[in-house]
Design a protein around this ligand. Structure first.
Ligand code: HEM
Length: 480
């Protein structure tokens, strides 16, 4: 899922539409009050050329502006003012210390709400606090430990279906199905089974449509004829979730399995006025989508990195073999595989699944370092740039899990933030790390990964999450 402030892609009608968005209500635009002190940035008449640059290659554009103007860049895109924060300390200060003065970008929220309703991902203010507080215990480290056998069971079933050898195996698709199956089991105690392909296609369609809709000031109604793919995709996912919720409600409450849906239904039993049927469905949708997309993207990159770095892979496989002696990982193993963890941390550095955080708008004036920024400024935090800063990560394009080792110098705060930072940090971060460790360990127990012949090093593109430009294929070989 992409959290970026999105802009028109490549001119044409979208550019015009975006220009319209920004011209709408004058009260939406921040005004430079007398005390305002903007950071430096590129100058242009309207700033719409900045939009075009961002729409073509957002990460490349912010890198160029950082090189030319510094770590905090002001973009005047009439009538908006945007501030791109690429200094780790200031990014952290913004998201932690000024959290109460920030709301997520309105258009982004509108687009997300079409899929996620009013779930914790989309809610703001008091409802968000209440939802987050109620859901948090299910995702705390202790609770996550209880999920490990389920994750290992799903991984064993999925990996059993992979061939022992293959010259060009569709690893990305296989990992995505596996991640989807894991979240289905954790959420519904159910298998994705025959629904997997349709769900995968639906997730892809919804992501692509959302990415486009961000560029427009408003959405056409979903009933429009050309929106049929979106309608069908939403119906597929809602159908999948509704069938599970209905089946659960048909069971006696005493027989409900201990999974995330049961926790939601118990919240509903305790507070029926707050946890309505729609809220339960919205939270299921967010857990399903947020719970597998980013994870699948990260594990895909991890597989690509280890295939390209045989020595790092060998070391991880040996660590896994020594610790597990061929058995499945359990909760105690998660923190006992340090090198494997470092390979995952380095993957999250190089390829953060959410490379730009959800854009924020300030509700009051903010002092950020030497800059005095008025209310209604838009803030962009490109995690990808923080993670590729050569002053913090020497040779940032090199895959070096040692950076996260016990002997490595401590990282400046805010320099590594793949799960975000502050009160809106990823709800599923502990689950994600446990899941990735278990699946990665089990994969190394069964296979050795190598690049497929003739496949170039995959290029990252922002497509919902940060994904390889072309679906990743790898060579599968027996371990050892
Ligand atoms: C490698 C895997 C993952 C990555 C890299 C990731 C990344 C992120 C990031 C960066 C944010 C914050 C966005 C922002 O501040 O703009 C976020 C929020 C969120 N994530 Fe994750 N995530 C991952 C896995 C998961 C999983 C497994 C779940 C749940 C099952 C999950 C659920 C959520 C939710 C509900 C939020 C919104 C929290 C809130 O607004 O209070 N994520 N994630």
């Amino acid at each position: 899922m992409s959290f970026a402030f999105k802009t028109a892609r490549g001119g044409g009608p979208s550019m015009a539409a975006m220009a319209h968005t920004t011209t709408s209500p004058p009260s939406d635009a921040p005004s430079s009050t007398p005390g305002t002190r903007w950071p430096p940035g590129p100058r242009a008449l309207t700033g719409w050329s900045h939009l075009r640059a961002m729409s073509r290659d957002l990460l490349g554009a912010v890198q160029r502006w950082q090189q030319a103007h510094g770590d905090v860049v002001h973009l005047r895109i009439w009538p908006e003012h945007e501030v791109v924060v690429m200094d780790p300390a200031l990014a952290r200060e913004l998201l932690v210390n000024h959290h109460d003065a920030l709301q997520r970008w309105e258009r982004g929220l509108q687009v997300f709400a079409q899929v996620h309703g009013r779930s914790v991902l989309v809610a703001e203010g008091e409802p968000w606090q209440r939802q987050r507080h109620a859901l948090q215990p299910a995702f705390a480290p202790k609770a996550v430990q209880a999920f490990v056998p389920t994750i290992a069971g799903a991984a064993a079933d999925a990996l059993r279906a992979w061939p022992a050898r293959h010259v060009r195996y569709p690893v990305e698709s296989a990992i995505t199905s596996l991640a989807m199956d894991v979240i289905m089991r954790l959420l519904f105690s159910s298998r994705i089974g025959a629904d997997a392909r349709a769900a995968e296609q639906a997730v892809h369609t919804i992501g692509a449509v959302a990415d486009q809709e961000m560029y427009w000031p408003a959405s056409w109604p979903d009933s429009m004829p050309w929106k049929r793919p979106k309608r069908e995709a939403l119906a597929t996912l809602r159908g999948l979730i509704d069938r599970q919720v209905q089946a659960r409600r048909a069971m006696a409450a005493a027989d409900w399995p201990d999974d995330l849906l049961t926790r939601l239904l118990r919240l509903q039993q305790d507070h029926p006025g707050v946890w309505t049927d729609a809220t339960v469905r919205d939270e299921c949708m967010t857990t399903f989508l947020a719970g597998h997309e980013t994870l699948a993207a990260t594990l895909t990159w991890w597989a690509a990195c280890l295939a390209a770095h045989p020595a790092a892979q060998q070391r991880a496989a040996e660590e896994v073999a020594a610790r597990l002696q061929g058995r499945a990982p359990d909760a105690q193993d998660i923190d006992a595989l340090p090198w494997l963890r470092q390979t995952l941390q380095e993957t999250l550095r190089m390829y953060p699944a959410a490379p730009v955080l959800f854009s924020r708008r300030s509700t009051r004036a903010i002092q950020l370092g030497p800059w005095q920024l008025p209310a209604r400024t838009l803030f962009l935090v490109p995690v990808y740039r923080l993670h590729h800063d050569p002053r913090v990560f020497a040779e940032p394009q090199a895959f070096r899990p040692e950076r996260f080792g016990p002997d490595a110098p401590p990282l400046p705060r805010g320099a590594w933030v793949p799960f975000g930072v502050g009160p809106r940090v990823c709800l599923g971060q502990h689950l994600a790390m446990a899941e990735m460790t278990v699946i990665a360990a089990m994969l190394l127990q069964r296979f050795r990964l190598a690049p497929a012949d003739g496949e170039p090093t995959p290029r990252p593109v922002m497509r919902v999450t940060l994904r390889p430009e072309r679906p990743l294929h790898l060579q599968l070989l027996p371990p050892g």
